[in-house]
Design a protein around this ligand. Sequence first.
Ligand code: UDX
Ligand code: ADP
Length: 482
Amino acid sequence: MSPRCKKIACIGAGYVGGPTMAMVALKCPDIEVVVVDINEVRIKAWNSEELPIYEPGLDDVVKAARGRNLFFSSDVKRHVGEADIVFVSVNTPTKTRGVGAGKAADLAYWEGAARMIASVSKTSKIVVEKSTVPVKTAEAIEKVLRRNCSDPAVQFEILSNPEFLAEGTAIEDLERPDRVLIGGKETPSGRSAVEVLKSVYEHWVPAERILTANLWSAELSKLTANAFLAQRISSINSISALCEATGADVGQVAHSIGTDSRIGGKFLNASVGFGGSCFQKDILNLVYICETLGLKQVADYWASVVSINDYQKQRFVERVIEAMFNTISGKKITVLGFAFKKDTGDTRETPALDVCQGLLQDNARLYIYDPKVTENQIHADLATPKFEWDHPGSRTPSRKQDSIKVLQDPYEAAQDSHALCVLTEWDEFKKYDYERIYDSMMKPAFVFDGRNILDHERLRKIGFIVYALGKPLDPFIQKPYS
Ligand code: UDX
Ligand code: ADP
């Protein structure tokens, strides 16, 4: 095993692999870092001026290191073969068919990557799990690596180094992480591999923030962290329904409980639902693992976090329909925001998707505006079956539906509309000229704020009927027929 790392290869140039390796390269000029992917289009984009993902600050980091010690290549085998450390950051989608469909993680991409690593390795390597995987994946991967490498002198050491970055703040999270977690086997070679990876992070992360654990703890920590974060959102979202029923204000409740230092104030924003590529997928995966281990009560407990999330999205759609006199058929509804959260163009598992599908089911006409999501992406998402988005090649090509229009201008999107639905918390939505928007809309003009970011009192003064999640209901909405 190389005592020092000279070359890193990262398999998978996605949301995790790309930004993480860009930061490693920036901070470790003495290490050559190559991000490889079978998707040539993606690699080409990483080598261009227009990066394949939007992330604040990413352009600068890539520009500073690309061509110096950071490279993006589709020559997967060559770079993996030459590397001392191989990060595996491929997709681990939820299975859409077969045993565990709808819950279990599909490890086909992982196994494919492991077989490829084994076949091209002429020197010993540290293989690092970067993408979230089910607990005990390392054990299976190790077997695949060992049995598929013809050179007995080549040793593989598996580490789990889960990534905790959040999209939109990826660069900040990578530069100043709360912690870096490295899990390894408790053997001499396992410990020495942990030290090698630690030495990479020590280029910029203070030593006390680099935690080590055994492999299984590290794998489970990642699933648990996401499950806990999602659970907080479902908890406050469940309370938002209770607030609406009682006249309490979820913002005030969240603030009061958040000041208790044992609870803390972060991740308590009630919303139309959590989205993103990780939360739902990881919880479903956790549920599946518990079920297969016979831990039914534990599985049910975590499954309820996803059920509340689905309930919240459905509840929002029902509110819109109910408030608008129980029919939205043929009505134009403006959707502000399609990304799963602000400051990203990512739409994976975005709550906007389920809300839009729900509104379309009731024959609404949707005019969608998002500052970062492209028209093609929105049409493709609305045409793609659940869970298919994470299976490369199986995404349904963009198919335009007559009832959906995607616009580049929010004012144009709102023209002649009956209602605005805020589904992503983009800052720019707070700054619009709502007098102008109100004047251009059908009356009564509704605002359904699924993120509680707008100034509701001001909107009411302008004349809007406002529904805000978890806030006392507008009398107009409370008793639409009285
Ligand atoms: C998450 C984890 O935060 C990160 O550590 C992990 O590595 C990957 O998954 P990400 O999905 O990028 O990151 O975004 P995050 O900021 O966690 O938001 C997830 C979803 O929860 C978004 O849809 C967001 O809008 C929603 N959310 C977040 C709320 O609805 N309320 C909140 O208070 C916080
Ligand atoms: P994440 O959000 O976890 O980064 P993405 O889906 O954005 O996930 O990226 C995963 C990337 O991994 C995709 O670009 C895909 O093409 C790539 N990939 C999957 N399997 C392999 C493989 N065997 N070799 C190289 N790249 C792969």
